[in-house]
Design a binder for this molecule. Structure first.
Ligand code: PLP
Length: 379
């Protein structure tokens, strides 16, 4: 699904000495590399504060802690996402309220959000799934009207832009009150271990969060709030700082691969290729509305699981993200949920398949993958 080796080979001359430098000066924790990367990412995103932490799941949890959410507060998020999002809501004894998504872009559905708002609702967590933003303009309007926080789960869309109706743009993760991201190796900006970060433009919230990631300390050995221990280590920061200047090129390579996939499936009506929603009017060569963390097809009228088996038998890795709706996961079942409220997610879990997607895909590989799929479809 991903080719981390090829990407590493291209940047080893920068990454190796940078890691070596950390080894030589032994500043493994809170070293200068962490600060440098933080500053560079702030500048790249155009956001006031980046607070690095240990992983994307922590980032979400810490964002929620920073907002002062309390047990019983209802937090709305998407049914069709990775479990981390709902997991931290439950861990903090907040009440997750799962809602359905859109069929075409897989992102949280605006009408579904409106239906579940109660006086207890305190936040919305849109997940920018597979590499493009949820409908942030509508979400921010709802949030303003009902006085809710918006926490963007930006683990899958770093480097993507969101285009407002008036044509102006903002980077994913800089629109809500706070955002989280993950630097897990397979993400669009991945390190060589675990890593994550929180973004915000709010000075007070940033200050609160900087204490939370460090045991609730604002002054050495004074613990003002209950915190956690969540740090990005210096070696990971060195890797990320070496990769950040290439992020746009990496995302462009993903878009180019996506374009070739699109082209190959154009005439096959059983295969629905991903769309760019909330997109800008730019030509695709300059558009950064979708950064294709995953390239996810919907398979209609054909047995998706049989296709997956066929691909695996031909040494083509593929993934089903996600095979089970969160509302049907044992840990997150709730009697308030009705199957009818999740018609789209229930359908998507049977139709989706994600193809190999990374920065090193070449024409030959894409040709092999697409022709294998098309041969299967044509029987
Ligand atoms: C990867 C991911 C996370 C969690 O990130 P980790 O760094 O693995 O903890 C959270 N949300 C989404 C949508 C993700 O894809």
């Amino acid at each position: 699904m991903v080719d981390l080796k090829g990407q590493y080979n291209d940047i080893r001359d920068v990454v190796n000495p940078s890691i070596q430098e950390v080894l030589e000066n032994t500043t493994f924790i809170n070293g200068p590399k962490v600060h440098e990367f933080q500053k560079n990412l702030e500048q790249y995103l155009g956001v006031k504060h980046v607070i690095p932490c240990a992983n994307g799941t922590d980032a979400l949890q810490i964002a929620m802690m920073g907002l002062g959410l309390k047990p019983g507060d209802e937090i709305i998020t998407a049914d069709f996402t990775f479990a981390a999002t709902v997991e931290v809501i439950a861990l903090l004894q907040l009440t997750p309220v799962l809602v359905d998504v859109n069929e075409d872009d897989f992102n949280i559905n605006i009408e579904a959000i409106k239906k579940v708002i109660t006086p207890k609702t305190k936040a919305i967590v849109p997940v920018h799934l597979f590499g493009q933003c949820a409908n942030m303009e509508a979400i921010m309007e709802i949030a303003q009207e009902h006085n809710l926080f918006v926490i963007e789960d930006n683990a899958q869309a770093i480097g993507a832009s969101y285009t407002y109706k008036d044509g102006s743009k903002a980077k994913a993760g800089t629109i809500g009150h706070v955002a989280s991201t993950s630097f897990f190796p397979s993400k669009n900006l991945g390190c060589y271990g675990d890593g994550g970060a929180i973004f915000t433009n709010d000075d007070d919230l940033a200050h609160t969060i900087r204490g939370i990631v460090n045991h609730g300390m604002y002054e050495r050995y004074h613990h003002d709030v209950v915190g956690v221990n969540s740090r990005l280590d210096s070696i990971q920061a060195a890797v990320l700082d070496a990769k950040l200047p290439h992020l746009d090129t990496y995302n462009k390579a993903r878009q180019n691969a996506a374009k070739k996939y699109d082209e190959a499936f154009k005439t096959h009506e059983n295969v629905i290729t991903p769309i760019v929603s909330n997109g800008c009017q730019d030509t695709c060569d300059t558009c950064d509305c979708h950064v294709f963390h995953q390239y996810t097809l919907r398979i209609k009228g054909i047995d998706r699981d049989a296709l997956v088996k066929h691909l695996n038998a031909h040494d083509i890795p593929c993934g089903v993200y996600y095979p089970i709706p969160l509302h049907n996961q044992k840990a997150y079942k709730d009697e308030r949920y009705k199957e009818d409220d999740f018609n789209i997610t229930n359908q998507l879990v049977k139709e989706v398949v994600s193809l190999p997607m990374h920065t090193e895909l070449d024409n030959e590989q894409i040709e092999y993958i697409t022709s294998t799929i098309i041969k299967f479809i044509n029987g």
